[in-house]
Ligand binder design. Sequence first.
Ligand SMILES: NC(=O)c1ccc[n+]([C@@H]2O[C@H](COP(=O)([O-])OP(=O)(O)OC[C@H]3O[C@@H](n4cnc5c(N)ncnc54)[C@H](O)[C@@H]3O)[C@@H](O)[C@H]2O)c1
Ligand SMILES: O=C(O)CC[C@@H](O)C(=O)O
Length: 534
Amino acid sequence: MKILVAEKVAKEGLLILEKDPLVELDVKTDLSREELLRIIDSYEGLVIRSATKADRELLEAGKNLKVVARAGVGLDNVDLKAASERGIIVCNAPFGNINSVVEHAMALILATCRKLVKADTSIKGGAWNRSIKAMELKGKVAGVIGLNKIGGGVVTRLKAFDCEVIGCDPYISEKRVQDLGIRLVSLEELIRSSDVITVHVPLNDETRNLIAAPQLQQMKDGVILVNTARGGIINEQDLLAALESGKVGAACVDVWSEEPPQSEHLKKLVAHERMLAIPHLGASSAEAQINVSIDVARDIVRFANEQPMEYAANIPRFDSSLMGQMRPFLRLVNIMADFVSQLADSNLNKVTFTYQGSVAEYDCSPITVCGMAALLNNKVEQDVNMVNAALIAENMGIAVEEVKNPAPAAFANTVTIDIEGPGMRRTIVGTHFEGQPRVVRLRDYQVDFAPEEHMLVITYQDRPGMIGKIGQVLGEHDINIAAMNLGRQQKRGEAMVILSLDSPVPSNVVDEIGSVIVASFIKYLHVLKARPEQ
Ligand SMILES: NC(=O)c1ccc[n+]([C@@H]2O[C@H](COP(=O)([O-])OP(=O)(O)OC[C@H]3O[C@@H](n4cnc5c(N)ncnc54)[C@H](O)[C@@H]3O)[C@@H](O)[C@H]2O)c1
Ligand SMILES: O=C(O)CC[C@@H](O)C(=O)O
């Protein structure tokens, strides 16, 4: 798998990639956008930081791309929708640089309160200005917007400075707020009451311009504002105006809507005397760079080795503590979907995944998506995976339903896939027994077989000698039967036989068996997903 590392990442991660025999590594960190667009189609993986825009244009040019790894937290420079449509997995390193940014935010809050940069510039200019007045945090109100990883870390540090910390985050749990031990307030209240405001939310349509002229207007006179999250969350033009009017006492910005800042208003903002301007250095500690580089490298190696990735952002995944328990169901549903999709010869209108037993107590969406991917892979030209399965089903007008029933049934846990199309319905029920996937119902027949790579499914009118005839035809063509399962509802009624074979069954042999026993249905299935795991 050819991987392009397009931005500088720490050597610790590169070493991990170099060591993996399945990875071929190219480190090219000085490419222009045009050069990158020209060569990207020869790579299956791309590693970036925040400077490379993995937008639709780049992802479309990367015809062979399978994974884009962002060595850092923010995914705002990656078009997740475009990646998902193309089945490209996007992963990041959501934890590796958190501590670095938390400490950075604290350093900037303190440096701004203490006017340290002004003091430094003044003494370096030969002055001895002891009239520079700082503001203490003690006794002040510090407002933290966004209370998860970085915001939460900033809250804990701020509390050590004896200030009242208040926070705003409409999506955080009560438990998290209790653990942080702060007062949760509305954005309006935070804005009105805080002496210092620090921003830690992602940049998206909801948070772009979260703080603009109307909010700045409601703030306390002389408020201190710090943004280490993303440029654009605080409207930069409005911030400049508020600094100029004196409404904002001082500001510190680490992240910019344009990096590096080029436009006139940004240059003016950078140059403002009460602005501490930083060139996006939140994650630039030695420790953070090693962490994120290792995190993305490990995920790429997992991907190359067909192991579940830890930090894939556009694949539904289990909590890592559940992975061991749930992985057998992924294999089971993969095999069942591969099997049953080959029994359906018309378009699909609806697919229902039913989970019965204790498995239904968990989030089953990763199993459903995995099953949909296996189903659709047999139906469409495009390569379908867990990233694009839901989108492709939606585009094809296939309704996907998930039903969960935790009540115990005959088997500890079962998965049922019902597929429906015009005048067609197929049902398969599976479980795993002693660690092996088994099919326990097909249509309305109770069966019990372990799916294998080569299988024959036949229904016919039950009468003596039929099994012998099937065996004879297969024998004449040197096809060995590995296992046989017979399902029947009543004596001499319709019977279903499912054969596992050691080799493929050519279509002329299928036709011959069909005519010898006058089969009402016969189909050879090549169940690729049932191949033994490596
Ligand atoms: N300066 C840097 O170098 C650097 C490095 C890493 C991350 N970051 C940025 O820091 C920010 C925070 O990162 P994180 O890892 O803590 O993210 P996170 O996803 O862990 O937390 C974000 C929090 O913001 C909350 N939120 C979302 N919308 C909100 C809204 N409208 N109002 C209030 N809260 C809202 C979410 O509920 C969540 O709790 C991101 O923008 C990220 O890109 C910057
Ligand atoms: O790559 C960087 O240094 C910036 C990273 C940071 O903004 C992030 O989102 O993790």
